[in-house]
Design a protein around this ligand. Structure first.
Ligand SMILES: Nc1ncnc2c1ncn2[C@@H]1O[C@H](COP(=O)(O)OP(=O)(O)OP(=O)(O)O)[C@@H](O)[C@H]1O
Ligand SMILES: [Mg+2]
Length: 330
């Protein structure tokens, strides 16, 4: 038994360890029983064993609320290092909450407790844990639709001011309701990290190149990431944004016919599908000092979240409103 799951057993947060799901570079995944449901438990490896541990580029712009802790983290004291470690682990749970609430197809977060993340097990066809995109057979006929779907997920994340930062076919699972994006501890704040654009472009290009190797028509989508980022900077990005090449070259800011994912009046089909597969229970009450991620980190849902990029000058804004008539909400 992994010793990092022992506190969860001792405190009654989990009842049983059902088995090991996967061992990754940054974490070990276990199947555990929590409140009668089998969920995935992500147990992060020690800092020394992780490849992202020293990458300051990902941490830029991440702030903790307490300034004393922030200073200790900057000075690198022992207390500061421990706090930085806690903050790193908590980041994935926070991101999952924000993104799941906004309708992005990510595993449903269940609980973050003692540095362990409990979340929905993503199931593939046949009811087994879903395969990674990189391990799956992707026929040419499905490549463009899968790319368009994942581009939509990346856009919806950006509408929450988040960039995955390590998006690739290794961090996408082919779930029954569509591709599911996983693995968020290195997530980057789009408005607070000076390298966010580079991360975003690399993320989307990783996926586009993977699919273009199956369907060469996707070479034409090489400009998608740049165009999406430009729309984000201009505050014109909505979850339904479609780049020009995918609309057949129309140069106007794109929207498809789907409702915005964060619009509660139109729950996304993917979220509805997921609810049908897995029990739709809300995170359950937890004993002791359990920290339900939802309670500790109220979801900063929506494209109107706190971390918007700098305001554009008022004159430009007025002109744009007159000419387009389109607000950010849809
Ligand atoms: N919620 C989940 N449901 C089903 N399988 C999962 C889930 N989360 C993770 N996995 C499986 O565990 C593997 C490792 O998870 P994750 O990518 O989050 O950790 P990691 O340490 O970063 O791994 P890697 O180094 O392989 O990227 C995934 O590739 C996937 O196969
Ligand atoms: Mg991974």
């Amino acid at each position: 038994m992994p010793h990092l799951l022992a506190p969860l057993l001792a405190d009654g947060v989990i009842d049983e360890i059902a088995g090991r799901l996967k061992s990754g570079k940054e974490a070990d995944l276990w199947l555990v029983r929590h409140a009668g449901e089998i969920v995935a438990a992500k147990v992060y490896k020690q800092r020394q064993a992780r490849s992202f541990r020293n990458n300051a580029a990902y941490k830029e712009g991440r702030l903790v609320r307490d300034t004393r802790t922030q200073r200790a983290m900057q000075r690198g004291t022992r207390f500061g290092q421990a706090a930085a470690e806690d903050a790193w682990k908590a980041k994935e749970a926070e991101a999952l909450h924000t993104l799941h609430a906004a309708g992005v197809r990510v595993p449903r977060p269940v609980l973050f407790y003692e540095g362990v993340l409990l979340m929905e097990v993503v199931l593939g066809v046949g009811g087994h844990p879903a395969p990674r995109l990189v391990d799956a057979h992707v026929p040419r006929e499905t490549a463009a639709a899968l790319y368009a779907d994942l581009r939509g997920q990346a856009i919806a994340m950006l509408c929450c001011d988040l960039v995955h930062g390590d998006l690739s076919p290794y961090n996408v699972l082919l779930g029954r309701s569509g591709p599911v994006v996983i693995d968020f501890p290195q997530v980057v704040g789009a408005a607070h990290n000076s390298q966010a654009e580079g991360f975003f472009r690399r993320d989307l290009e990783n996926l586009r190149r993977f699919f273009a190797a199956r369907d060469p028509a996707l070479h034409a989508a090489a400009g998608d990431a740049r165009e999406i980022w430009r729309a984000y900077e201009r505050r014109e990005l909505t979850p339904g944004f479609v780049p020009a090449q995918a609309r057949g070259g129309n140069a106007r800011p794109g929207r498809d016919s789907r409702p915005a994912r964060s619009d509660p009046r139109h729950p996304p089909a993917a979220a509805a599908g997921r609810a049908a597969i897995l029990s739709p229970r809300a995170p359950s009450a937890t004993p002791g000092h359990a920290r339900a991620t939802g309670a500790a980190h109220p979801p900063a849902v929506s494209a109107h979240g706190p971390g918007r990029p700098p305001e554009v000058p008022r004159r430009r804004r007025r002109r744009r409103r007159r000419s387009s008539g389109a607000g950010r909400s849809s």
